[in-house]
Design a protein around this ligand. Structure first.
Ligand code: SF4
Length: 246
């Protein structure tokens, strides 16, 4: 995986952080003044420094050996753990090595193969539709432009940013379930729409950090800041987090 450094995006976020937040115990807590508004850029820079030390091996956790395999794995990762996707793709990638293989497979057979990842009917349709576009418009190759990727069937900005960042070294914020949850708990966004969360995070981090930041936040989300029970007492960035927890 290569990263292509780009000119840093301007850090101009002036959005006001909420004055009142909730701790895990649901007691009111005020975001320290030093952690508000445009200081989000400084705060996230400090967090990334700490998370880099805490998770030196943070990376995309989806097993793959080509942009096409990553594209398939990312489509399957919706509402599913990376570990389960890796379990399923082990045999899937052997059985269906190219876009044409997915088109040749009967719908029911493909559904059976990806059943364990959940939402298997829709995902099978997405895979077939994506492969049709790859064959008809891109000579079976995965395109390396955002607008071309999101035009593929079943591919949204999260999947596109993942493929662009990991396979092509083009930075993008991957707003998966962990990043979405952490961006809110840490007070970097008040949005719930993934595209708006992506924009908020882009405003406060240098462009070259976008992909790796996503991996670091996901690593934090899997270890300390889980959906079910955040472990704030042991979290390495506790002192930088307003803990906005529903
Ligand atoms: S676990 Fe860490 S990141 Fe999550 S809410 Fe607690 S202090 Fe914040």
């Amino acid at each position: 995986m290569k990263k292509t450094p780009r000119k840093p995006a301007p850090v101009t976020r002036a959005k006001k952080a909420p004055a009142t937040v909730k701790t895990p115990a649901r007691a009111a807590k005020t975001v320290p003044a030093a952690l508000r508004g445009e200081d989000d850029a400084k705060r996230i820079a400090k967090m990334l420094e700490i998370l880099n030390a805490e998770f030196p091996d943070a990376r995309c956790m989806l097993d793959h050996s080509s942009p096409f395999e990553l594209l398939v794995a990312t489509i399957l990762a919706a509402q599913c753990t990376d570990a389960m996707v890796n379990q399923v793709t082990k045999s899937l990638f052997e059985k269906y090595p190219a876009p044409q293989s997915y088109l040749d497979a009967p719908q029911e057979e493909l559904e059976k193969e990806i059943y364990k990842t959940g939402f298997y009917r829709n995902k099978a349709k997405s895979l077939k539709s994506c492969c049709v576009s790859l064959i008809e418009k891109h000579g079976e190759k995965v395109p390396s432009k955002m607008e071309e990727l999101i035009a593929l069937g079943g591919v949204g900005r999260k999947t596109a940013n993942c493929v662009l960042g990991v396979s092509f070294g083009i930075p993008g914020v991957v707003v998966d379930t962990h990043v979405r949850r952490l961006a809110g708990r840490m007070g970097y966004t008040e949005e719930s729409d993934p595209d708006k969360i992506e924009q908020d995070l882009m405003k406060i981090t240098p462009q070259k950090e976008w992909t790796h930041m996503s991996h670091l936040l996901a690593a934090l989300g899997r270890s300390y800041c889980t959906a079910r029970k955040p472990n704030c007492a042991e979290c390495p960035v506790e002192h930088l987090c307003p803990k906005i927890i529903d």
